[in-house]
Design a protein around this ligand. Sequence first.
Ligand code: SF4
Ligand code: SF4
Length: 204
Amino acid sequence: MDAKTCLKKLEYVGVLAFATVDSEGAPQIRNISAIHYNNDSFYFFTARGKAFCKELMTDGRVQVLGYTKYKEMIRLSGVAKPVPDDRQSECIDVIFEEQPYLKNVYPGDTRSIGIVFEITDACIEYFNLGINPIFRETYTIGSAAAKFKGYKITDACINCGACLDVCPQKCIDNGSPRVIRQNNCLHCGACFKACPAGAIEAVN
Ligand code: SF4
Ligand code: SF4
């Protein structure tokens, strides 16, 4: 798996959930399919009068979520920026060619109320619940940096084995200290709660 394959999978999913935060800090989410994909970025269409557009203009941070029929979750976190003015109309036309239903929603020249945003720098989390053990990995596109999330076992480990007993994925290897196989970890926190030595650190 890699970032390019994740983008391809999102393209196959087609309709994605886009989450932003409004001016009062409340989450806002909507489905979008007016998207054009490149190898390592994508751009999407909305209308300039929508609250979504205002949220993107004000803050820009967006999370995009897709879920495949194979139980793969792909979550992309990045910043959306309007494409430069001299590319707007070309990008709108590309999206309208690829998504013919848009001509019904915005017939003729009414598409000019639209605006295209692009995401070129993002962190992509891939999470496959359809295999055993489960598999997760994080990738980046552009200049985005990956941030660690999950649980880590520290040197305070006394090797009692209580964490492995409660781990649903049995993804804790022997060692001193023991080691969590990060690619197979659910981030469920059962090991953290069970550890008698307080040796497990949560990083969120
Ligand atoms: S967080 Fe859950 S899945 Fe991950 S190592 Fe701990 S118990 Fe196992
Ligand atoms: S429960 Fe805590 S102390 Fe025991 S093996 Fe796991 S990490 Fe180490």
